[in-house]
Design a protein around this ligand. Structure first.
Ligand code: ATP
Ligand code: MG
Length: 646
């Protein structure tokens, strides 16, 4: 493989960041040497109603499997995210809301946030919601979505946020899975100039989820929606009748905080449960160090609150740190493909955090839509969600960040609560495409299929050897599935499901899901590496690679390639791409089949669903599995109709 680029830490960053390389190594070593002491100190970043005396009590072994952090402490999440900031920054902006329409934005101070969240909490109480009750939140990206989440935490209810783009069927499944009796929604959502009939979707969902007795409808567009007597109420009507004060409920550190379903890239979504104390400590700490967050900065994570990225880095991490967090209702290409950059200039955003899928999509439109904006306020940019191919990383760094802002690549999962592997901007030299090094106290390792440790530079299955405070505690309602999914494969270790390579500098490179790793003539090849080689060609916008049964090689390499706008597909181009892959990786990685793909099947969070592409490559199209999390099912029909050999 061609040598990766290394971009050193800018000297001014090493000087001004919380940690430089020396400090990173010292803190990481001390966290590994004495986790009790390290995390005991970190827990102090929160306000505790009852201080903890125990810090860590965890075992990944089947015989005494348990995960508990700060277990005898008590605290309240909303008090940590709001009340404790009132004295020093009550009039500072907590949330900047940027509407779908560029003329529509607002600012909410911490004091206003306090009143809004208390009101919402009192409405929930009035509707009979109490500690431990599950509340499903199905909302557009408006401040009320954050109010609703924080209101649940204020009274000890467990929220389950379902992305507002999901269908009634997906919503019904998630309501039933956690048996929630209360749904919070809006009349309609607005995204990219289009209306999303949220309340109508809820009505349709509830035909299949009959346990719901209360629906609270926030007004977003004011469109008339049907309301069922006794079950449905208009939020604003209720809010007018309650007080703007609500005492925070003391919660035990291990009380459930929220349930969140995984993206469904690899199968049926799992109801991941996070708890109160450890999650918030870890969310706040990673937000501070990875983004090198400093007081007064404006932080923008473009995720939807329906994903864990939105939970941790729009709501809980930034607010626990007293930051100003930006919430964006719209999409990257509305009204123009410059929208992200225009929002950065409008609100003087300092840190911008998005996903590779968005970066690759915006790359297709070239530099001009970016370069016509200033982006002078930016100091740091980040990525999460999928392996980012070096080509897209470099474009992001040079074009968006003007080769001035470090890029932080953060590897994590719904299950991990917050980032586990990622560079610290003042400490870690960057290698485009690598998530680099573990966060403080995180113990990644690589094992082979038998569970034997692989040392030094190696490729294998990524596992974690010890717990961290933000780790999920169970699959809701199915503790057995929790153990079986993550701890059965390699006894005593948490198995991530991801394949990974570690280089000579100890940097981690996620190579894709282990289910996607190819075995071609006895060589193990990660899908991410072949995809990166394809995307390195300037004519290619996006690529997805899967294996299919091959008589001679065991597995053949099947590539779905999306070309940039205006590029004509041809057999010559196919030959050129095959040559590129052979040159970049080697002849073993040579693609057997290339299929032109106008679009790729993606989850609603923008991740490529390779398991569906594998079925198409294997010509097993009657058996595509759970497709309810697909963003655009019609993409699949096209790929099936035009499959190579069809
Ligand atoms: P499901 O578990 O239902 O199949 P999912 O794994 O896509 O869905 P998430 O928890 O949203 O659900 O995604 C976590 C996964 O995303 C990781 O396991 C990894 O494969 C990928 N990922 C996230 N961030 C990165 C990153 N920075 N680099 C590489 N891969 C990443
Ligand atoms: Mg997963």
């Amino acid at each position: 493989m061609s040598d990766p680029v290394v971009i050193p830490v800018p000297p001014e960053w090493a000087a001004r960041a919380y940690v430089d390389d020396v400090k990173y190594k010292a803190m990481h070593a001390s966290a590994l040497a004495d986790p009790e002491a390290f995390w005991g100190v970190q827990g102090q970043r929160l306000d505790w109603i009852k201080p903890y005396t125990k810090v860590k009590d965890t075992s990944f072994n089947e015989a005494d499997f348990h995960i508990r952090w700060y277990e005898d402490g008590a605290l309240n999440v909303s008090a940590n995210c709001i009340d404790r900031h009132l004295e020093t920054r009550g009039d500072s902006v907590a949330i900047i809301w940027e509407g779908d329409d560029p003329n529509n934005s607002s600012q909410i101070t911490y004091r206003e946030l306090h009143a809004e969240v208390c009101r919402f909490a009192n409405v929930l109480k009035k509707r009979g919601v109490g500690k431990g009750d599950r509340v499903t939140i199905y909302m557009p990206m408006i401040p009320e979505a954050a109010y609703a989440m924080l209101a649940c935490t204020r009274i000890g209810a467990i929220h389950s946020v379902v992305f507002g783009g999901f269908s009634p069927e997906s919503l019904a499944n998630r309501i039933k899975d956690c048996d929630s009796k209360t749904v919070i929604t809006a009349d309609e959502g607005v995204r990219g100039g289009k209306i999303i009939p949220l309340k109508a979707n809820v009505d349709a969902a509830l035909e299949h989820a009959s346990g719901v007795t209360s629906v609270i409808v926030v007004t977003r567009t004011g469109a008339g929606v049907s309301m069922q007597d006794g079950r449905d109420v208009v939020y604003e009507d209720e809010a007018a009748t309650v007080s703007a004060e609500c005492a925070p409920e003391p919660m035990s550190a291990e009380d459930p905080l929220f349930i969140l379903y995984t993206s469904g890239s690899t199968g049926k979504p799992k109801g991941v449960l996070h708890t109160t104390g450890g999650y918030l400590v870890y969310a706040a700490m990673t937000h501070q160090y990875i983004f090198d967050y400093k007081d007064g900065e404006i932080f923008w994570c473009t995720a939807d609150v329906g994903w864990v990225t939105g939970h941790t880095y729009i709501v809980y991490g930034p607010l626990a740190n007293g930051a100003t967090t930006l919430m964006f209702e719209g999409v990257p290409n509305y009204p123009t493909v410059s929208r992200f950059w225009e929002v950065i200039d409008k609100h003087k955003v300092n840190t911008f955090y998005t996903a590779p899928t968005a970066i690759r999509a915006l790359m297709r439109d070239g530099e001009e839509p970016v370069k016509r904006t200033s982006r002078a306020s930016l100091r740091l940019i980040g990525t999460v969600g999928e392996p980012i191919n070096p080509e897209a990383w470099l474009w992001y760094y040079r074009t968006v960040g003007d080769s001035r802002c470090p890029v932080v690549d953060t590897w994590w999962q719904t299950e991990t609560g917050a980032s586990l592997i990622g560079n610290l901007p003042g400490a870690t030299a960057m290698k485009p495409g690598s998530a680099t090094r573990p966060f403080f106290g995180i113990k990644p390792a690589l094992v082979d299929d038998k569970g034997e440790f692989l040392d030094g530079a190696a490729s294998g299955n990524l596992v974690l050897l010890d717990s961290w405070p933000g780790q999920m505690r169970t699959v809701y309602g199915d503790h057995k599935r929790f153990f079986e999914t993550y701890f059965r494969t390699y006894p005593g270790m948490y198995f991530t499901g991801d394949g990974c390579r570690r280089d000579e500098d100890g940097y981690y490179w996620i190579t894709g899901r282990v289910d996607d790793v190819l075995n071609v003539s006895g060589h193990r090849i990660g899908t991410a590496e072949i995809e990166s080689a394809l995307v390195a060609d300037t004519k290619v916008a996006e690529a997805a690679v899967v294996g299919y049964p091959h008589d001679i090689k065991g597995q053949g390499i099947y590539c779905y390639v999306t070309l940039k706008a205006g590029v004509t597909p041809s057999d010559d181009l196919k030959r050129e791409l095959i040559q590129t892959v052979r040159r970049e990786i080697g002849p073993t990685a040579s693609p057997d089949i290339i299929q032109w793909a106008p679009g790729l099947p993606k989850t609603r969070s923008g991740k490529i669903m390779r398991r569906i592409l594998r079925k198409i490559a294997e010509n097993d199209v009657s058996n595509l599995g759970d497709t309810s999390t697909l963003a655009d099912p019609s993409v699949v029909d096209d790929l099936v109709a035009n499959r190579a050999g069809a």
